[in-house]
Design a protein around this ligand. Structure first.
Ligand code: GUN
Length: 284
């Protein structure tokens, strides 16, 4: 029977440390500040943004949401980002995704000053991650690594299988795992005999966005299972990509959905904003 790996507890521990760090910076006259740009009324995005604002408040950071209607033009959004780039009172900028169809996400991400890119989505920051330079690591991948470390599992030399190859999770988490000296296999929708590969994993990370994709047939006894999926099932309930009840018997550790990776994602955003504030204000 697996131990449930609660992101809430790990997030609380880390947020307590971040709050202390924010207090210390405030004594030096610097209050880390995050601005989130929210375009449109998507309920999931609104709920994520509320969570981010609340978390900033809890650790004593400044935060602001700029709300824009989903009818805005790409240029209006780029102008807003450009103003935030120039604003010395803003340390971190996050444009909540997805964006309406008339706006090209890539153009927006590339307009954010890489020094304020607390999402870690700018190609410069992705490139730095690729070559192992210090950078803003995107929040969900960074949270996944924190969670695995909390199990006491050393990643060195371990076989880690990542299912999903998105730019936001699958690819960056694979690079981080490589930095931890894991042997990494990335699987995706064209992978043949997925089960044979996932069964070899010491650590299995699933980030596809398909409810219940992974079941007990995919998991060998003793595997650490990290479920990054957030899906709604037919009953409207939030579920992961892993059939939790089935895999519970096989895994050594398993993250629940919700309450697994999610709380860590916001925590890493706080951490990145503190890092941006220190670098921009040139304080330690
Ligand atoms: N939408 C869902 N997750 C994220 C995220 O991590 N960052 C941004 N900017 N938008 C998102």
């Amino acid at each position: 029977m697996a131990t449930i790996l609660s992101g809430k507890e790990v997030a609380q521990d880390i947020r307590a440390d971040i709050a202390k760090e924010v207090d210390r910076l405030k004594e030096k006259g610097v209050t880390p500040a995050l601005t989130v740009v929210l375009v449109g009324e998507d309920p999931a995005s609104q709920s994520y943004v509320t969570g981010k604002m609340r978390a900033c408040e809890e650790v004593g950071m400044r935060s602001e949401v700029i709300r824009m209607p989903d009818t805005i033009s790409q240029q209006e959004l780029l102008d807003t980002v450009e103003r935030l780039n120039q604003n010395p009172n803003v340390h971190g900028i996050l444009v909540q995704l997805p964006l309406p169809p008339q706006i090209e996400e890539k153009a927006v991400i590339e307009t954010i000053d890489p020094r304020k890119d607390v999402d870690g989505f700018h190609p410069i920051n992705i490139g730095k991650l690729m070559i192992g330079d210090d950078t803003f690591v995107s929040c969900t991948p960074a949270g996944i690594i924190e969670l695995i470390k909390r199990t006491g599992t050393s990643l060195k030399g371990k076989r880690v299988v990542v299912v999903g190859r998105s730019n936001i999770v699958g690819k960056p988490v694979s690079l981080l795992l490589l930095q931890e000296h894991a042997t990494v296999t990335i699987c995706h929708s064209h992978t043949q005999d997925l089960t044979a590969i996932t069964k070899q994993a010491d650590v299995l990370i699933v980030a596809v966005g398909r409810a219940g994709l992974i079941g007990k047939e995919h998991v060998s006894p003793g595997t650490v299972v990290i479920d990054v999926g957030v899906n709604r099932n037919e009953a409207g309930k939030l579920v992961g990509d892993v059939r939790f009840d089935e895999v519970l018997d096989q895994a050594s550790w398993i993250t629940p959905v919700p309450g697994g990776v999610g709380p860590l994602t916001i925590t890493m955003l706080l951490k990145n904003t503190v890092k941006a504030a220190k670098q921009i204000e040139n304080v330690d």
